[in-house]
Write a protein of this length. Sequence first.
Length: 198
Amino acid sequence: MNPNNVSLDYRVIYRIIEPGSRVLDLGCGAGELLSLLAAQKNVKAQGIELDESAIYKCVEKGLSVFHGDIDSGLSEYPDKSFDYVVLNQTMQQAKKAGFVIEEALRVGKKVIVGFPNFVYIKARLMFFFRGKAPITASLPYRWYDTPNLHFLGISDFKDFCRQKGIRILEAHYLGEKRIVRLWPNLLALNAVFVITKP
């Protein structure tokens, strides 16, 4: 698998993670990111996933993935047992998002959090002009079938980190095809943060 042929958020995460790292992917789906990291960066990859059909796809790729619900915590893992814990497009779907982030920070030296920016300008305009729940490239679901439980913007996540004493090491703001550098809370479709807790 070529790192240039994957989605922009995967490319950003791929660049962040150091070769040979221990990586835990929470909500790893069918294992595309973990598979890429294992093949290209020789990481010691492990995943947790709730969807059994996705787990079978991971196993077919030779990945070590456990069936589990991240909302119940990561008690089986000791403190700082991973170099990176990845929460990409997962955190906003967790029932207890704050708890999941705290647990990820406990077991990982660094946590990579990626999420859709719910206050992206096109979403705002859909609310304002059409009076309807928005559907965008990063929010492709209708209101009645969305897996998202928490609706946040980039500024909300920064506020959360400030309140919880979480240090932001890196922040990447993503458009459809490239990095967004200007007014990210308004113009970015997605965000990827690298965070840690002293």
